[in-house]
Design a protein around this ligand. Structure first.
Ligand code: GLU
Length: 443
């Protein structure tokens, strides 16, 4: 029975391209919704008008579509500002939201003083002691921002990945929900959306654990029900180094341009950091069928971009012709040769970009560089090469004749002949390839 109540969301800020770090969050939330037959929301966290750009929102949609991570609904925070204002009003009325006036420099000074005294750098709530006159004066002078007044109790939840968590609210600064210029910040916008959109499960990076603690209290203050939270460990580089600085070069679009297959990426992200091995899947349905959030662990997760290469090659090697029809047709491979062409090529490409090189070879023949020692042998062998058309038997017949004439055998026989006909030292079975070669080598 599909559980139509399950609602998850992927909530990127359209301030840049999505990268492998975000992708993990997207895949986990998507898979939870799909597994339950629920709803997956794409939510654009675009309350920052300066940094949010439509071109990034378009790019995020395009990347998700390319990955096959379909969403059922799209929401934009910038269209919901009235909802956040209403929530803020409600919290002002219940005295959970208070105006504070410290400048960033003043806050910094306070933090340094606290640290010097060996105290945690938690906001001291000095604003709560201001009189109405003082507030009026400060408001006129510099404008105020709005903080949520945490209830100084322990905040507890059972995290879907980290297990039971307990955070002392007194160790956390009252979060700023609305900036001096009126800009609504992520913490409140996210809570209002999650509550009003009926989000039931939130999976995000473990850098959000403290946010979650404060958000649980804000949800309470607004009379909502907290979703189930799970925080996945952050990705690191292969040596355990922080990946944050490199994420700019690990955008989904860069990987796409590099020829990485979406199924390789999604297969990896649905398993990386879990106790289950990474297994290449052939479809999104298979990803969902084998997905298990309970298998994810707390340890930092090592990510090596090079691991996507063998997954991509394996995916292509098993891909039916229909999956590469666009590329095959664009090259102008005649209909009657397409099956044979793809069967020969698919196991011998690293990415789709390599398909063209094989067709080029088949149409125009190779221009091999034969090592000095083999030149006389290759010339003698080519003189024995039967005229076209070549069949599946041609390779066997030809190499037998060359063997008889020259006495060469094994690798010494086959390798230079493969090189002569293809310009490469490895590749498909020559019996299968020869019927597709339309020209002999240009030697
Ligand atoms: N826009 C936030 C981010 O990208 C969303 C975090 C969340 O999932 O709540 O970090």
């Amino acid at each position: 029975m599909p559980d139509t109540k399950t609602v998850t969301r992927f909530a990127p800020s359209p301030t840049g391209h999505i990268h492998v770090g975000n992708l993990r969050t997207a895949v986990l939330n998507w898979a939870i919704a799909r597994k339950a037959g629920g709803t997956f929301i794409l939510r654009l966290d675009d309350t920052d008008p300066e940094r949010s750009k439509d071109e990034y929102a378009d790019a995020i949609r395009e990347d998700l579509e390319w990955l096959g991570l379909t969403w059922d609904r799209e929401e934009r925070q910038s269209t919901r500002l009235d909802r956040y204002a209403a929530a803020a009003d409600a919290m002002r009325a219940s005295e959970r939201l208070y105006e504070a006036f410290e400048t960033p420099t003043e806050l910094d000074l306070k933090r340094k003083k606290q640290l010097n005294m060996g105290k945690p750098p938690v906001y001291d709530r000095a604003a709560l002691a201001l009189s109405e006159q003082e507030k009026d004066r400060l408001r006129a002078e510099r404008g105020g921002h709005w903080r949520f007044k945490l209830d100084h109790a322990r905040i507890e939840w059972t995290d879907g990945i980290l297990g039971p968590l307990s955070i002392d609210a007194a160790s956390v600064s009252d979060p700023v929900l609305i900036r001096g210029d009126g800009q609504v910040l992520y913490t409140i916008a996210s809570v209002v959306d999650d509550t009003e959109m009926g989000v039931t499960h939130v999976v995000r990076g473990s850098d959000h654990v403290t946010n979650t603690a404060t958000q649980i209290q804000i949800i309470d203050a607004l009379g909502g029900t907290a979703p189930a939270f799970a925080h996945h460990s952050l990705l690191t580089g292969p040596q355990g180094e922080a990946l944050s600085k490199r994420l700019g070069t690990l955008s989904i679009r860069d990987l796409r341009v590099a020829g990485i297959e979406p199924m390789a990426l999604v297969s990896m992200m649905a398993r990386l950091g879990s106790s289950q091995p990474i297994e290449l899947r052939g479809s999104m349905e298979e990803i969902v069928a084998h997905f298990d959030l309970d298998a994810f662990g707390v340890a930092p997760t090592k990510f090596n971009v090079d691991d996507l290469k063998p997954l991509t090659a394996s995916y292509l090697a098993a891909l039916p012709r229909a999956g590469a029809e666009a590329e095959i047709a664009a090259l102008g491979v005649p209909e009657e040769s397409r099956d044979a062409f793809w069967t020969v090529v698919r196991e011998n490409i690293a990415t789709r970009a390599d398909i063209a090189g094989w067709w080029e070879l088949m149409q125009n023949g190779a221009s091999p560089e034969i090592p000095e020692d083999d030149r006389a042998f290759v010339a003698e062998a080519l003189a024995l090469l039967p005229p076209q058309p070549w069949t599946e038997e041609t390779w066997g017949e030809w190499t037998a004749a060359v063997k008889a004439a020259t006495g060469r055998k094994g690798a010494a026989l086959f390798k230079p002949l493969r090189l002569a006909l293809t310009g490469r030292t490895t590749g498909p079975g020559m019996g299968d390839l020869m019927p597709l070669l339309q020209k002999g080598p240009r030697v």
